[in-house]
Design a protein around this ligand. Structure first.
Ligand SMILES: C[S@@+](CC[C@H](N)C(=O)[O-])C[C@H]1O[C@@H](n2cnc3c(N)ncnc32)[C@H](O)[C@@H]1O
Length: 263
């Protein structure tokens, strides 16, 4: 394991312990965040082809938004996270889910236990991609599904990436729109601690090395998040449009990576 894992882990833990309530509020009360969550969950349902799952696990589940959505597709739902404070909120909000305090590199579950394991927007916080994939492989049943959603793409902030320039343009436009809008003030997007982002190919290689079969792998782009009313109207349509068109032309350049792999 990377030497600095323990050190990075403590930074993550301290950050999420101290911002748990704010983190939850931002994601559950911000309209654009809700659109992204809905988009991610729709993709997850496509990945599992709407089949009913027996046991599922959300790794680094945070305050449990997406974990609780898994109840729609899975009979038993488990969530694990490093931060006690995010888990306190999760347990209070979603008592039907089995939440556990723990870390991704030593999952407290027996081998071949889950039919589905997901990670939403968290792999870049672990600083241990290979070890995480190995642990997830271990706890999955043969043929079990591993789904990663909304994972930042290291290719995003590169000069050759057209999505990056689009992001800047939309950021400027929506900032101006925000000035004119007369609605409640939106809490500023939270600045997350240090992260380790990966290139699509790096992630694919790590999956293959672990023994996973990659079934689907793509990137999609989401624009900067803002609550400007006019923008929100086009936001969901944009996600669908670019997914059908632009990311087909630039398959590795969208801001976020999603994949379905099988044990
Ligand atoms: C950006 S949040 C995402 C939370 C949740 N998946 C969501 O969609 O809201 C990242 C989460 O990863 C957790 N985390 C970071 N490092 C971890 C580790 N090594 N093991 C387990 N969880 C970890 C943090 O505590 C935090 O809740």
């Amino acid at each position: 394991m990377q030497e600095n894992y323990q050190q990075k882990k403590q930074v993550q833990q301290a950050y999420y312990n101290s911002t748990a309530a704010k983190y939850d509020a931002w994601h559950t009360e911000t309209e654009s965040a809700k659109i992204v969550d809905a988009w991610n969950f729709a993709n997850l349902k496509k990945f599992i082809k709407n089949n009913k799952i027996h046991k599922s696990l959300d790794v680094a589940c945070g305050t449990g938004r997406l974990t609780s959505s898994l109840l729609q597709v899975s009979e038993e739902v488990y969530g694990i996270d490093l931060s006690e404070e995010v888990l306190n909120i999760a347990k209070q909000k979603y008592p039907q889910v089995n939440f556990t305090l723990g870390e991704v590199v030593s999952l407290p579950y027996q081998d071949n236990f889950f039919d589905l394991v997901i990670i939403n927007g968290s792999l870049h916080h672990f600083f241990a991609m290979n070890e995480s994939f190995q642990e997830i492989y271990r706890v999955l049943k043969p043929e079990g599904k591993f789904i990663v959603l909304g994972e930042p793409n290291a290719y995003y902030h590169k000069w050759f990436n057209p999505f990056f320039y689009l992001w800047i343009l939309v950021r400027i436009i929506t900032r101006i729109l925000n000035i004119f809008k007369a609605q409640k003030t939106v809490p500023p997007e939270m600045i997350e601690p240090d992260a380790e982002v990966f290139m699509p190919n790096q992630m694919k290689q790590a999956l293959i090395k672990t023994g996973f079969k990659i079934e689907k792998f793509y990137t999609y782009d989401y624009l900067p998040r803002t609550e400007a009313k006019g923008f929100l109207k086009i936001y969901a349509s944009y996600l669908k449009f670019e997914h059908k068109l632009t990311t087909k032309i630039f398959p590795n350049l969208g801001s976020a990576i999603q994949f379905l792999a099988k044990k």
